[in-house]
Ligand binder design. Structure first.
Ligand SMILES: [Zn+2]
Length: 400
């Protein structure tokens, strides 16, 4: 949970229509939250959702699916992560700890990432299903005492070791959590701040981000207005996030060296390895190349970039490569990004993004501070190679 200013789309397994899900490779949320206060078969839903996303586009299979459970029964090991919620705004033991105890064994035995989260209901002007189900009252933001209670509850959450705070106005809330409340909570804690409920316009979403929200959750509004999702996401992504990555300096030279990296990736593919390839270039010359060899060498560190860095260091006879540009077909993982940082490589060019395993999710500042990054060079070709590899794996029944 480190994507800041991220958008989460909340899907209720009982209500969401996967066939009408308005997500495309260019219009996708950063997270999909799955949950609801009532029920539904979460396992079947998450499986169907994953299948829909991955068969549609390689990039979509990297959108993390995060459980937002209403009860212990809604846990499924199929998800990528779970908001392990404790309803701290109320005093009903059932939702403070009992449901958590009920699900603890299954969660612990799974590989699902656990995000300890304080769930805090804020009065949004209507009685919500969460209030009915949990038998608790929301905190009241309309007077100074109520606001102080909200802040104190959030501080208590941080002291208890929670990693995230979820400020919830409730699905169908008349008024979303106000920017003033978000700002006050932001000032009081450093936890990841998730805000949801009653957010129906891009303006409300931006107001929440500006006040300090890290993740804004949009939900049941889109069950009735799926076409509007694109407006939210475009509005969020277009101006800066994408521009950061589109470097006008990307040029024919970049295409040429990325083709060499793709040729390396083809070598990996021929050896039935995940097809990632890399070349390192200095003063117009390739000084190192490599492709993924993790299966061949039985070595999890044998990524394309690691091979290429080792080769380049041998070529130049030194461990630092400050004049070099590294071309790799897929966004580097945190391990490789770390090695790229150690080698002081000054420019990194990659093809396809990898939001699930890529460094940007885990370690966005890992490169040398002055290093320049260009993304999306020959992106379609780099991605297609990966897509085809994984599709083939799926057909042969060998897990990737
Ligand atoms: Zn790597």
């Amino acid at each position: 949970m480190v994507n800041k200013k991220a958008l989460a789309l909340l899907l209720d397994p009982e209500k969401a229509d996967l066939a009408a899900l308005p997500i495309t490779a260019d219009c996708r949320p950063d997270y999909i939250f799955v949950g609801g206060s009532t029920g539904g078969d979460t396992t079947a839903f998450v499986r169907a959702l994953k299948k829909k996303l991955s068969t549609f586009d390689f990039r979509l299979s990297t959108v993390p699916i995060v459980l937002f459970p209403g009860s212990a029964e809604q846990f499924t090991p199929e998800a990528d992560a779970i908001l392990y919620l404790s309803l701290l705004s109320g005093t009903n033991p059932e939702y403070l700890v009992t449901q958590q105890v009920k699900s603890a064994h299954r969660i612990h035995a799974s590989s699902v990432e656990v995000i300890p989260t304080a769930y805090i209901l804020i009065d949004g002007g209507v009685e919500t299903s969460t209030m009915r189900v949990t038998g608790t009252q929301p905190l009241n933001p309309s007077n100074a005492e109520g606001i102080q209670t909200i802040i104190d509850t959030c501080v208590a959450a941080e002291l208890m070791g929670k990693k995230a705070i979820y400020l919830e106005a409730g699905s169908g809330a008349k008024t979303p959590v106000s920017p003033d409340i978000i700002r006050a909570v932001r000032a009081a804690t450093s936890l990841t701040l998730i805000v949801g409920g009653g957010i129906r316009t891009p303006e409300t979403m931006h107001a929440a981000y500006d006040a300090g929200a890290d993740i804004v959750v949009i939900g049941n509004h889109f069950e009735s207005h799926p076409e509007e999702l694109a407006v939210f996401i475009k509005d969020l992504k277009d101006p800066k996030d994408l521009k950061d990555l589109k470097d006008p300096k990307a040029s024919a030279t970049d295409d040429r060296f990325m083709r060499l990296a793709l040729a390396e990736a083809q070598k990996a593919l021929a050896a039935d390895e995940i097809p990632v390839g890399c070349v390192i270039v200095s003063q117009g010359q390739v000084i190192g190349r490599g492709h993924n060899l993790t299966e061949t060498l039985s070595d999890v560190t044998a990524h394309a970039e690691m091979q290429a860095i080792t080769a380049a260091a041998q070529t130049v006879g030194g461990k630092y490569l400050p004049d070099a540009t590294l071309y790799v077909t897929v966004e580097p993982c945190p391990m490789c990004a770390g090695a790229i940082g150690w080698a002081q490589i000054s420019r990194i060019v990659y093809g396809a993004p990898d939001p699930k395993r890529g460094y940007r999710t885990y370690a966005p500042r890992v490169f040398h501070p002055k290093a320049a990054v260009t993304a999306g060079v020959l992106e379609d070709e780099c991605r297609t190679l990966m897509q085809n590899f994984f599709m083939r794996k799926r057909k042969t029944g060998i897990s990737g």
